[in-house]
Ligand binder design. Structure first.
Ligand code: PLP
Length: 459
C-alpha cells in the first residue's frame, strides 16, 4: 500500500476578505513610470499581490481585533501596557519593557544609551535602520556573520551564525571596552531570513561573558528562527517553539523588536531589557522620542493586539504554516530554474538578480530592474535588496554588497497557496525573456535610506 502524503494547511479559516484590484499591462507601465521604477513609490491600489514587505502587513486574528476594542486609552498606566509587559516577560523572558512606535524607535533609544563616539558594534549582517541608528550615535558597524551568509549558493543550514573568530579579531584590535554590545539578529533579514543556531548562541554567550560584552537581540523574527532550530538542530526536535524562543532570549541581555513582523500587528515595537540601569535611562529617553513609558507612541489598543499577537506567533501550528508557505513558493521557483538564495529562508524568497540578469552590471541596479519587470508582468510587488539598499559609506562611496537580491516577502496569514502559484509563474515568464532586459540609472538619490525614495530611468 502506498502511503498517502500528509499535507499541512493553514491553521485558520477566513472570516472577512479584502478584494484585490486587477490591472492591465498598460496601467502597470504607467504606474511604474510615475513611480520612477521604484516599487516603494507605487500606489498600493495599483498592486495585485503585495510582497514588498512582511512588515505591518499581517492579517490579525479575530481575537486580536476583539482586543482592539479593549483599548484602554488612558495617557498613563493603560491596562493594555501591563498585559503586554506580562506577555513579554512570560513568552520572551525579558524583565523590563519599553514600548515604542516600531522597531527603529527602540533602536534609536538603545543606540543613544549604549554607544559612544568611535565605538564598534559587531553584528551578524547589517540591517538598514539598525546600522543607521548605530552610526548616527557615533558607532561603527562591523559585520561578523559567517562567510557562508554572503554566498547565495551555499546551503549551510545556519547561515545567520556569527563567526566567533571575526569577533575575537575585533576584540583584540579594539578592546572589549570599545564594544558596548553585539547586535545579534535572529532570522537574519538581509541574508535572506537565515537562522542562527542555538549552539552558536551558546558559544557567543560564553565568549561575551568572558569579555563583559552585552548581547542585544534584534528579535524581529525570533519565532521563525526558532522553527528552523526545531527542524534542523539536534536536541530541539521535540521542543516547542515557545520553549526554543525563550531559550534563545536567555542567552541575551536585551532586545529590540519590530512587532510588525513576527508579532502579527500592523504597528508597534519595543525595547526589552534585563538590566535595571539601562532600563531606567531608556525610560527617560522614551519620553523624549516616543511618548510616556507606558505607551511609547502606541495606542492602548495597539498594545493589546500586540500582546495577543505575540502569544499566537509562538504557536507551533502557526509557525509551521507560515514558514511552510514560504518554502512552498521557493520550491516552485526552483522547479522553474530560477536562481534563489538557499536554503529557503523564513519570511520570503530572495531571487539572485546577479545570476538572473548577468548582462546588467551592479552600477545599473540589476535587482531594482528585476523588481520593476516583475511588477510590469503581473502586478506582483517585490523590492530590491542590493546596491540601492546598501547605500553609501561615510566617505560617500557606494557599498557594493555581494548579494544583489529581489525580495519576495510573504505577509503572514494574508495570501493563499494559489497566490503563491501566480507569483512563481510570473517570475518564470520574466525569466524566459531575461536576455532582453536592460539596466537603469538613478536620477534622484535621497541622503538616508535611499532605497525608499530613489528614482530611476531606463539606462
Ligand atoms: C523591520 C526591521 C527592523 C526595524 O523595525 P521597524 O518596525 O521597521 O522600525 C529592525 N530589524 C529588522 C531585522 C527588521 O526586519
Amino acid at each position: 500500500m502506498k502511503t498517502i502524503k500528509q499535507s499541512w494547511a493553514e491553521p485558520y479559516k477566513i472570516k472577512m476578505v479584502e478584494l484585490l484590484k486587477m490591472t492591465t499591462p498598460k496601467q502597470r507601465q504607467k504606474a511604474l513610470e510615475e513611480a520612477g521604477y521604484n516599487t516603494f513609490l507605487l500606489k498600493s491600489e495599483d498592486v495585485y499581490i503585495d510582497l514588498l514587505t512582511d512588515s505591518g502587513t499581517s492579517a490579525m486574528s479575530d481575537k486580536q481585533w476583539a482586543g482592539m476594542m479593549l483599548g484602554d486609552e488612558a495617557y498613563a498606566g493603560s491596562c493594555n501596557f501591563y498585559h503586554l509587559e506580562q506577555v513579554v516577560q512570560e513568552v520572551y523572558g525579558y524583565k523590563y519593557l519599553i514600548p515604542t512606535h516600531q522597531g527603529r524607535g527602540a533602536e534609536n533609544i538603545l543606540s543613544k544609551i549604549l554607544i559612544r563616539e568611535g565605538d564598534i558594534i559587531p553584528g551578524n549582517m547589517y540591517f538598514t535602520t539598525t546600522r543607521l541608528h548605530q552610526e548616527l550615535a557615533g558607532g561603527i558597524f562591523k559585520d561578523i556573520i559567517i562567510d557562508e551568509a554572503h554566498d547565495p549558493e551555499n546551503e549551510f543550514p545556519f547561515k545567520g551564525n556569527i563567526d566567533l573568530m571575526k569577533l575575537d579579531v575585533l576584540i583584540k584590535e579594539y578592546g572589549a571596552k570599545r564594544i558596548p554590545y553585539i547586535c545579534m539578529a535572529t532570522s537574519v533579514n538581509m541574508a535572506g531570513g537565515q537562522p542562527i543556531s542555538m549552539q552558536n548562541l551558546k558559544e557567543l554567550r560564553a565568549m561575551t561573558t568572558k569579555h563583559g560584552i552585552r548581547v542585544i537581540h534584534d528579535m524581529t523574527r525570533v519565532a521563525e528562527n526558532a522553527y528552523f532550530i526545531q527542524q534542523r538542530e539536534k536536541g530541539y526536535e521535540n521542543k516547542t517553539i515557545r520553549e526554543i524562543v525563550k531559550e534563545i532570549n536567555s542567552y541575551t541581555d536585551g532586545a529590540t523588536m519590530s512587532a510588525k513582523k513576527d508579532a502579527l500587528v500592523n504597528i508597534g515595537g519595543f525595547l526589552a531589557l534585563n538590566d535595571w540601569d539601562i532600563f531606567e535611562e531608556a525610560r527617560n529617553l522614551v519620553v523624549v522620542y516616543e511618548g510616556l513609558h507606558t505607551y511609547g507612541g502606541l495606542a492602548g489598543r495597539d498594545m493589546e493586539a500586540m500582546a495577543i499577537g505575540i502569544t499566537e506567533s509562538v504557536n507551533d501550528d502557526h509557525i509551521r504554516a507560515r514558514v511552510g508557505q514560504v518554502i512552498y513558493l521557493g520550491k516552485k521557483m526552483i522547479e522553474y530554474g530560477i536562481p534563489i538564495v538557499k536554503p529557503i529562508g523564513g519570511h520570503g524568497i530572495f531571487v539572485d538578480a546577479k545570476k538572473f540578469l548577468p548582462q546588467i552590471p551592479q552600477e545599473q541596479f540589476p535587482a531594482q530592474t528585476l523588481a520593476a519587470e516583475i511588477y510590469l508582468d503581473s502586478g506582483v510587488r517585490t523590492m530590491e535588496r542590493g546596491i540601492v539598499s546598501a547605500g553609501r559609506k561615510a566617505n560617500g562611496e557606494n557599498h557594493y554588497p555581494n548579494l544583489e537580491l529581489v525580495r519576495f516577502t510573504i505577509p503572514r496569514r494574508v495570501y493563499t497557496q494559489a497566490h503563491m502559484d501566480v507569483i512563481a509563474e510570473s517570475v518564470a515568464r520574466v525569466y524566459e525573456k531575461r536576455k532582453e532586459i536592460k539596466g537603469m540609472k538613478m536620477v534622484y538619490e535621497p541622503k538616508y535610506l535611499r532605497f525608499f525614495q530613489a528614482l530611476f530611468e531606463k539606462a
